[in-house]
Design a protein around this ligand. Structure first.
Ligand SMILES: [Mg+2]
Length: 234
């Protein structure tokens, strides 16, 4: 299971999110002051992440909170969002960097016969995830699952997010490896008995906590780890 932002895609996620929110806010500026929009987008994203109601998708949770609080029309506003992701979002590419080791590691895993899951936090629509996968150079592999907000019912760091993946792919946590760069979001899955690999290129440890991963290294080290067969022995 591969995280995307800061793992396969070399990006400073806080700076990227700032640019993304600014760009989206400007598209809605005729309906809402950009600063207010930015605050509400972040607030509703947080509400979505913290809402663990299994009966609603992340998208439904976001829509409920955002449109409930802004009073904007869903019918008028959602097409603007969709247009933004189709036409403006791709232009944010220059805030991220392609690391050839991303393609190298996913390719190695596929060649070794592993099923691969793109386990990015499902706070984005599939179109925005596929776009960032293109930036990382890893969009054309046959993923068992790509976790997008239209389909998933939970977010990282909640363990239900990982349980939902396991249920959907029919695997036990002991059979899987989670690869990620975020101590708070990608490592807690170890509590389910899953192994973890911490990718250090864009390491995030926001609360400076003591952590332990089963293995860690740069993305290049991980590629070597998979290619050399060390993953098979893990
Ligand atoms: Mg990440």
């Amino acid at each position: 299971m591969f995280d995307l932002d800061g793992t396969l895609l070399n990006v400073d996620i806080d700076y990227f999110l700032e640019q993304y929110i600014r760009a989206l806010a400007s598209r809605l500026a005729h309906k809402m002051p950009p600063e207010k929009f930015a605050r509400q987008l972040m607030g509703s994203s947080m509400a979505m992440i913290q809402n663990t109601d299994p009966a609603k998708t992340n998208q439904q949770k976001f829509i409920e909170d955002f449109f409930g609080k802004t009073g904007l029309s869903v019918e008028e506003t959602m097409p603007i969002f969709d247009d933004f992701y189709a036409n403006d979002f791709p232009r944010l590419k220059h805030h991220a960097r392609t690391d050839p080791n991303a393609r190298r590691v996913v390719e190695a895993a596929v060649k070794k016969g592993y099923e691969v899951v793109l386990a990015t936090n499902p706070v984005f629509p599939m179109s925005a995830i596929r776009e960032r996968m293109r930036w990382a150079g890893v969009d054309d592999f046959d993923y068992r699952l790509v976790t997008a907000y239209e389909e998933m019912h939970f977010c990282k760091p909640y363990l239900q997010y990982y349980t939902e993946i396991l249920n959907r792919i029919g695997r036990r946590s002991e059979e899987c490896l989670m690869v990620g760069n975020d101590v708070d979001e990608d490592l807690p899955v170890a509590r389910l008995g899953m192994k973890t690999y911490l990718v250090r290129d864009c390491l995030l440890n926001r609360n400076n906590v003591a952590y332990s991963a089963h293995a860690e290294g740069k993305l290049a080290d991980l590629a070597e780890f998979v290619e050399s067969g060390k993953l098979d022995e893990m």
